[in-house]
Design a protein around this ligand. Structure first.
Ligand SMILES: Cc1ncc(COP(=O)(O)O)c(C=O)c1O
Length: 448
């Protein structure tokens, strides 16, 4: 090897403590090898946890935040048979054009190198301007949301947008927040942690049942394009009623539009945040579904009266999101790669969705009925009659098929049973194999 390589290896060994250098003498293997100090005892030591805020150790909170957590054995065994994963909101990262993203990002980084942080301090901003501008173009095109770059705050995913909104809108022990039931558990945690009283509102075939929202509610959270997890689209009638309710009761609406880029059928339905509703609707979007969840980038379109407070809350949390990542995504959108990628994904997801619906219709219609849904990356199917979906999901898990029953999505009483079929991370062969295993498992249970 070259001298440089040898020198680099010596450096590494020295810094790790494996060798020692004696002046004027030479380099020797160290007498004793460096030891990693044992990790202090972990686990729920009752004598210490009293120091923690009790909200965060509540079982419902830990369960909600451990929503996708894998059991240790699934992570541990690399040789195990691959998992067929129907859990919703997962993304197949193999479909992402990493080479294009790498090229665009390095071009953007060169710009940053030539023109380091501009005249303003990089702290205290609401996100990179080029990205905010690109976001306005992206959502105008895909969701008919018309807004200005100054209305946009770049966040670390939709989850941080929920957290910021909770901090800015909730007065602890006073503010009442309505959430969809069933709904997205980590959103509820953000509002609960801020001290809100979170109340569940049922969902039917037209979306959130607006008539069931109590008058003292000040914040209403929903996913109107593609209800999570049932998949229904909120009807025009309900959207109008919701905005009218918000205006009449000094409330605001939070629209979680996590996968609205993927629409397959049904009439064109714009986002709830139209120009007329811009004073009461906070629109939340994310790059976790249309790009990659590991990017940790999302955004928030807010009414102008709230921007200053939300930016202050964002700055208090982390000043702003990583500039290189923001520049990379801004370039990716501006050069048309996001639109291209979404088109490609839409085509792939459409095929997966169609196959899932066919399997449900041909092989499982005796037990499951799919709910109408025209968007996104999952469909839900309700159980006909008595089906112990939680037990079926547990037994599928042993066969390395991962699927969620509706149970974990409910805050109030579990009024419906069924399964959520995510198709972001399963290809056509896996769908067929997984649905086959599901059919056999249900049939076996029904025979007992
Ligand atoms: C319904 C829903 N909303 C919001 C999010 C948040 O996404 P992120 O925080 O990754 O942007 C998810 C994530 O899967 C989701 O399923």
């Amino acid at each position: 090897v070259s001298r440089n390589t040898a020198a680099a290896i010596y450096d590494r060994l020295l810094s790790a403590g494996y060798i020692v250098m004696r002046q004027g003498s030479g380099t020797y293997v160290a007498d004793s090898l460096p030891r990693v100090p044992p990790r202090p005892k972990s686990g729920r030591d009752r004598s210490s946890t009293f120091r923690l805020n009790e909200f965060w150790i509540r079982p419902d909170v830990t369960a909600a935040m451990g929503f996708w957590r894998d059991t240790p054995e699934n992570i541990a065994s690399p040789n195990a048979q691959p998992v067929i994963d129907f859990r919703p909101a997962l993304v197949d990262s193999r479909l992402f054009p990493f080479d294009v993203f790498r090229r665009v990002t390095s071009k953007q980084l060169r710009t940053l190198e030539r023109k380091p942080s501009a005249f303003k301090s990089p702290q205290g901003n609401q996100g990179n301007y080029a990205l905010r501008k690109a976001i306005t173009e992206h959502i105008a095109l895909t969701r008919a949301v018309a807004c200005h770059a100054d209305d946009v705050i770049v966040t670390s995913g939709a989850q941080q947008a929920f957290d910021l909104l909770a901090r800015a809108l909730v007065t602890p022990n006073k503010t009442v927040v309505a959430v969809e039931d069933p709904g997205y558990p980590p959103l509820r945690v953000a509002f609960g942690a801020a001290g809100a009283k979170v109340i569940p509102i049922p969902v039917d075939d037209e979306g959130l049942i607006v008539e069931k929202i109590p008058k003292n509610v000040r914040v209403i959270c929903l996913s109107p394009s593609h209800q999570f997890p049932l998949g229904v689209t909120t009807s025009m009638r309900r959207r109008k009623a919701l905005v009218a309710f918000a205006r009449a009761h000094d409330a605001v609406v939070i629209e979680d539009d996590y996968d609205g880029e993927f629409r397959y059928a049904g009439g064109a339905m714009e986002a709830l945040r139209t120009a007329e509703a811009a004073d009461v609707v906070f629109y939340v979007g994310t790059f976790s579904k249309c790009m990659l969840p590991s990017l940790r980038l999302g955004f928030l379109v807010a009414p102008d009266w709230a921007i200053g407070t939300l930016v202050a809350a964002k700055n208090c949390m982390d000043w702003h999101c990583s500039t290189p990542a923001q520049l990379g995504v801004a370039g990716f959108i501006a050069e048309g790669h996001l639109a291209r990628h979404v088109r490609k994904l839409r085509h792939i997801y459409r095929q997966r969705r169609q196959l899932l619906l066919t399997c449900l219709k041909n092989d499982l219609s005796e037990w499951l009925e799919p709910l109408p849904s025209f968007y996104g990356m999952h469909i839900a199917a309700v159980a006909r009659g008595a089906l112990d979906c939680e037990r079926i999901a547990a037994s599928l898990d042993e066969k390395r098929v991962k699927i969620h029953s509706f149970n974990r999505y409910f805050l109030g009483p579990k009024k419906r049973t069924g399964f959520v079929f995510g198709y972001g991370a399963v290809d056509l062969d896996q769908i067929e194999a997984g649905m086959n295993t599901l059919r056999k498992t249900i049939a076996r249970q029904q025979r007992r």
